[in-house]
Design a protein around this ligand. Structure first.
Ligand code: FES
Length: 86
């Protein structure tokens, strides 16, 4: 269950999240399964969930981070890498 009013932005879209949820978990629950270009053969997906494959790399407030390891926080600006970083 999500906390009322707790959202971050993903490419400008408000994504609700629950406490202790990662960015990847919230995006997956919202039906978003393509996070961007990522890296490796599983690029752009929520794949290993433990920070090993680097497929879920997104921009979080302008910094490349693993969506599967990064806790969701209110007000974060998350974006697909291809849309904000070279
Ligand atoms: S899903 Fe593999 S590093 Fe995030």
């Amino acid at each position: 269950m999500t906390s009322a009013g707790q959202t971050f932005l993903f490419d400008g879209m408000a994504i609700p999240f629950a406490s202790n949820e990662t960015i990847a978990m919230a995006l997956d629950r919202a039906g978003i399964r393509t996070f961007g270009s990522g890296q490796g053969s599983s690029a752009g997906r929520y794949f290993c969930g433990i920070g090993a494959c680097q497929a879920c790399i997104v921009s979080v407030d302008g910094t490349r981070m693993e969506a599967c390891l990064t806790p969701a926080r209110k007000g974060l600006q998350v974006a697909r890498i291809a849309s904000v970083l070279p």
